[in-house]
Design a protein around this ligand. Sequence first.
Ligand code: PGA
Length: 303
Amino acid sequence: MATTRVTLRQLHAFEAVARLRSFSRAAEEMHVTQPAVSKQIRLLSEEIGLPLLEQIGKKVFLTEAGEQLVATCADWLETWDRFEQSIADLKGLKQGRLRIATVTTAKYFMPRILGPFCSEYPGVDIAMEVVNRDRLLERLFSNRDDLYVMGVPPDGRDIESEPLIANDLVVLAAASHPLAERARIPMHELSAHHFLVREQGSGTRMTVEHVFRENKVPFQVRMELGSNEAIKQAVAGGLGLTVLSRSTLYPVGTNDLAVLDVEGFPIRRAWYVVRPKGKQLSVVAETFLHYLRDHIQMLAPRP
Ligand code: PGA
């Protein structure tokens, strides 16, 4: 078999399509176009001399050759990553690439800590993926990044998670909403109001549904939106109430929204930094983790 022209780029594309079972999601993750991914896979199949993937309708299946390549490929790419990192470590401490994945809501504070970190370590090149909790778990379980920041870490002994800072969930309404004037609103009164919620797969959505269910308070969903910002705008526009992380209100507060004083709220939670148990962190990732522990309190939102 003449596989001398197999490239890392082809293997990366194949690994992503095999894992996500989708050309479009692989392209999105790799920040390239879908035809670029298809081309890499075609070149790889030609080199190997057998088809690796089969597409039936919208579904992607692995052929037998594809199955065998998946196992080899994951080990190989990880070894290569470690090699690249140890070269960066050899070239000088605190150089190289830091890969972080955060849930969408953490975007309100993570970039603010990355700024000063980058000024202190200009040799570090940072890639930060911002996805919802479900997508982040996929990345965590396939060991795609150095560190993960999320509000609801998964259960299980294979994960190490460490709380960083408060991540309370609060009930929000338009500033002009009649409930904004009230104190100690009983939670069951919320069932008379329409709610705007995040999409399925979001950590916020998961916690909110859980808390309402536990308290046996029915929950009327008026609209589902895939973005905290869109929800805040819709709530400010009077479309309903919502429950979001207090982190979404800072650092830039807004006069259009009121945090309601509802019994049982805020739901006290934390932001966690998470990694697979036993994962050997690069020097850069280790440095960032220390930096995060030492500096995160500076970002504590006002209560
Ligand atoms: P989300 O996660 O952005 O997926 O809702 C937030 C959280 O888990 O607190």
